[in-house]
Design a protein around this ligand. Structure first.
Ligand code: FAD
Length: 507
């Protein structure tokens, strides 16, 4: 038993400030208490932290990544060389600017720290390479971003089948191709972004399968006009794909993926406007070495659910979101949200939402008068309206259609952590499971290490079919730990003999 050979120390969490934390963006020393803790260093978190700092608040930013940028401005690890012939990427410039502004703001940073618990008041518990640590603040901004959604199909758990958004991590951070001839499938703007990045990296997608039809893209055009720069960039991607001869199939999803002697074979399938597979819609198999598939993004609400803030369901925003006012205050005093975690709106909107949340904290903590707050917030709100129009049009293209989730076959695994199939979910619902938490208790669906981040949306959509709506199917109850935490890091060293045993209960 490992405890027996260890020094006899009582397990305890270190006091706040005992362990410093730092990162590549400045390595500021972390003390115990702050005015504001910002969770997440993506565009939303950086916008919030820099704004709050500019009004004199002491701010700590925590992120499990190595540095700022979040998903969209993800940086290449410092040890990696960047290809001299790498194509120019406007995201890199924006990311570098945000990194610099956070550094210059003087905010304390704790990178490579995973937040696993947030308690009312607020206390934030995290684990980093140095072990557990906790901090406190009267205000917390949850800017934790989003999770990729994949609606299961036969073969989705095979090696070589990866998330579409996950492919952007390989491409941006590791500078690796997900495959030399990947099939890129799903919906939304990441399809073309990933396909073009594969071309840039020297590969060639075997096919792009888009669940949307040309009509869906046309319907988004008026909103795209609110950000002509981004719309033009998207148009450039389409032209690149056409020029490179990459086959793009609209209203097409994946019926199944299977292993072959050479890699993988994808059976495509035509779908209707609700993304329901058409009878006899299956097409010819496509040979490939990788499948990058994503069916949209879901707001990351773990922290607001854990703290029991009020939430509402909005399919167009990606699912359940914490209720918030125009300045991103949630229903709980001192708790704010910003960015994709508050509803999928894209990187530009996330940054502006962060700024508004930062201003609201400064006002609520008495560092900014009402008039000064209004003066500072008004132009940001105006810019946010335009950015959100664009981002939300993209989010609508990626919203989960119930008919898509309903098309999952009975023997397909939905919860891959706990191996729960669609059939088992149906059985639980037929036996009386009336909301997602009952389903979880009865089947263990959503109870594994990912805590429902992968299966939650599909499972909830299936329950909703039976009970009438996603609202009725309910919200997964937030539970700590938010991230898998090595227990020995939390307990520290101890001897079993030191553990006080409670008196046995009388029989
Ligand atoms: C995998 C992935 C890839 C994406 N790639 C692109 C892309 O290439 N282009 C694009 O336009 N959009 C992309 N998106 C969408 C993009 O995330 C958003 O539009 C934008 O980044 C939102 O900014 P944000 O600040 O709200 O969240 P994010 O940028 O996601 O930042 C949230 C941050 O919170 C941190 N975090 C979350 N939970 C914890 C925790 N418990 N402990 C510590 N830190 C935590 C994360 O590490 C992350 O850095 C991607 C989304 C995903 C999920």
């Amino acid at each position: 038993m490992r405890g027996d050979r260890r020094r006899p120390a009582r397990a305890r969490l270190p006091d706040a400030g005992e362990r410093g934390a730092g990162g590549d963006d400045g390595g500021a020393v972390v003390s115990g208490a702050y005015d504001l803790i910002v969770l997440g260093a993506g565009p939303a978190g950086v916008g919030a932290a820099v704004t709050a700092r500019s009004h004199g608040l002491s701010v700590l930013v925590v992120d499990e990544n190595e540095t700022t940028g979040g998903q969209v401005y993800r940086a290449t690890p410092q040890a990696f060389a960047t290809r001299a012939d790498a194509p120019a990427n406007p995201d890199k410039k924006e990311g570098a600017g945000q990194r610099q502004s956070l550094l210059a703001s003087g905010a304390a940073v704790a990178f490579r720290h995973s937040v696993w618990q947030v308690s009312p008041g607020y206390r934030v518990d995290a684990v980093g390479q140095g072990g557990p640590v906790h901090w406190s603040a009267p205000a917390v901004i949850a800017a934790t971003g989003t999770t990729e959604r994949v609606v299961p199909f036969p073969g989705w758990t095979l090696p070589g089948v990866i998330g579409l958004a996950a492919a952007t991590i390989l491409l941006k951070s590791q500078q690796m191709l997900p495959g030399r001839r990947p099939v890129i499938a799903g919906c939304g703007p990441l399809l073309a972004a990933v396909a073009v990045a594969v071309l840039d990296g020297g590969g060639k997608p075997a096919a792009v399968l888009d669940l949307s039809g040309p009509g869906d893209w046309l319907a988004a055009l008026p909103a795209l006009a609110s950000r002509p720069d981004l719309a033009l960039r998207g148009l450039g991607w389409v032209v690149r794909l056409k020029a490179a001869g990459v086959p793009v199939h609209f209203r097409t999803g994946i019926a199944a993926v299977r292993e072959t002697a050479d890699g993988l074979a994808v059976t495509p399938c035509r779908v209707d406007a609700d993304r329901r597979p058409l009878p006899d819609g299956a097409g010819q198999d496509i040979e490939t070495d990788c499948v990058a598939v994503g069916h949209g993004l879901t707001p990351g609400t773990e922290i607001t659910r854990l703290l029991r803030a009020r939430h509402r369901f909005d399919a167009a925003l990606g699912g359940w979101v914490a209720e918030h006012d125009a300045d991103f205050r949630t229903s709980l005093p001192g708790l704010y949200v910003a960015g994709d975690g508050a509803g999928i709106s894209g990187a530009a909107a996330a940054h502006l939402q962060g700024q508004l949340a930062g201003l609201a904290v400064a006002r609520d903590l008495g560092r900014l008068g009402a008039d000064a707050h209004e003066t500072a917030a008004a132009p940001v709100r105006k810019r946010l309206a335009a950015a959100q129009r664009f981002g939300r049009a993209m989010a609508r293209l990626m919203a989960l259609r119930p008919a898509h989730a309903a098309s999952v076959a009975p023997d397909t695994v939905v919860c891959r952590c706990e191996d729960v199939t669609r059939g088992e979910i149906d059985e639980a619902v037929a036996a009386g499971a009336r909301d997602v938490n009952q389903l979880k208790a009865w089947t263990r669906c959503g109870m594994g290490p990912c805590q429902g981040r992968m299966c939650g949306e599909t499972a909830a959509s299936l329950v909703a079919e039976a009970v009438g709506s996603r609202g009725a199917a309910g919200l997964w109850t937030g539970r700590a730990p938010l991230r898998p935490v090595p227990m020995d890091l939390l307990t520290g060293d101890f001897t079993y003999a030191d553990i006080p045993l409670p008196k046995a209960a009388p029989l």
